[in-house]
Ligand binder design. Structure first.
Ligand code: IPM
Ligand code: MG
Length: 365
């Protein structure tokens, strides 16, 4: 029996609700495939601010480092939204990304045919969507210094810094080429090279690396044009690689191509000190304060994030595919979470969906 140790960080809002369903599905899977999962849970985000005064404690980071993988829900909420506060829930996820060295955020966006009518776009436009967005996660304007605000001459002033090093660009771009190589072999590198020096350097480095991947077609796109093309012709894209903030924005946009944000998982990977892959898995959605506590959040993105954990951190491809298949079967059987139900149609709550998916996983498919 293989044993895996998982750090469980539910966070706030619907993060707490959906992560419980991922655990339920993992336990059902463990029973069927003879794996055991051991969870070490801790508070992060607003919950940790309330209990300890900080969004992420050093102990929590250490605990995560000692596990085989991290499952993360979501952080934030109106209670901690004061823009003047120096302690904010988002510091938890940023601290984990930086502290664990998770430089590569993998966000697959694949339209499930059964959901082709659930997006605000036309069926013909989204039907064939199947792309992976690789977002750089530990550099750029999220982490550049200086970052501060001050008062000067009776005016408020603020600065953020967008900085990248060659090494930071190279490792994510290489992963982009490797990913494209295993797929349709088209890599779209997204930047703002008509304006930004960081982007011009990004382009230059990407061109140099391209020489090692003659079998992959490389193209560059400006981020504004790419935002438009994602709506105009989304099925064109195969692998997109981009810097931190462009990736943040484009993946929210791309999530609408897959029906709902409630469907999209993500993996954040880095190399641990011993060379092994360290991974944190989280849905791309947030804490959804408007529906938190009602038991109606869609747990699928969180459950699919657990599937990515099985694939990337534990090398359990068959088990990952079993969970993905169970999600598809649950939808195919006509069950819908509230965010995917058509108006007037019945929908199922978080627990009921988790239970159906867990039962399908346990029964074998
Ligand atoms: C995401 C989120 C985070 C980000 C927030 C919560 C810090 O929007 O994972 O995309 O901006 O990276
Ligand atoms: Mg985001």
């Amino acid at each position: 029996m293989a044993h895996y140790r998982i750090a469980l960080l539910p966070g706030d809002g619907i993060g707490v609700e959906v992560i419980g369903q991922a655990v339920r599905v993992l336990d059902a899977l463990g029973g069927r495939f003879d794996h055991s999962f051991e969870y070490t849970e801790d508070l992060v985000g607003g919950a940790s601010i309330d209990a300890h005064g900080v969004a992420l404690r050093d102990e929590t980071l250490d605990m995560c480092q000692a596990q085989d993988a991290v499952l993360f829900g979501a952080v934030g909420g109106p209670k901690w939204d004061d823009p003047k506060a120096s302690v904010r829930p988002e510091q938890a996820i940023l601290g984990l990304r930086k502290g664990l060295g998770l430089f590569a955020n993998i966000r697959p966006v694949k339209m499930l045919p059964i959901l082709a009518d659930a997006t605000p776009l036309k069926r013909e436009t989204v039907e064939a969507v199947d792309m992976v967005v690789l977002r750089e996660l530990t550099g750029g304007i999220y982490f550049g210094e200086p970052q501060r605000r001050w008062d000067e001459d009776g005016q408020r002033k603020a600065v953020d810094t967008l900085a990248y090093s060659e090494e930071e660009v190279e490792r994510i771009v290489r992963l982009g080429f490797e990913t494209a190589r295993g797929r349709r072999k088209l890599l779209t590198s997204v930047d703002k090279a008509n304006i930004l020096d960081t982007s011009r350097m990004w382009r230059e480095i990407t061109e140099e690396i391209a020489k090692d991947y003659p079998d992959v077609t490389l193209e560059h796109r400006l981020v504004d044009a790419c935002a438009m093309d994602l709506i105009r012709h989304p099925s064109y894209f195969d692998v997109i690689v981009t810097e931190n903030m462009f990736g943040d924005i484009l993946t929210d946009e791309a999530s609408m191509l897959a029906g709902s944000m409630g469907m999209l998982p993500s993996a954040s990977l880095g190399a641990a000190a011993d060379g092994s892959t360290l991974g944190l898995y989280e849905p791309i959605h947030g804490t959804a304060p408007d529906i938190a506590g009602q038991g109606i959040a869609n747990p699928m993105a969180m459950i699919l994030s657990a599937a990515l954990m099985l694939r990337y951190s534990f090398g359990l491809e068959q088990e990952a595919a079993t969970i993905e298949q169970a999600v598809i079967e649950t939808l195919s059987a006509g069950h819908r979470p509230a965010d995917l139900a058509s108006e007037g149609d019945a929908s199922l709550g978080t627990e009921a969906l988790g239970e159906l998916i867990a039962d399908t996983v346990a029964a074998g498919n």
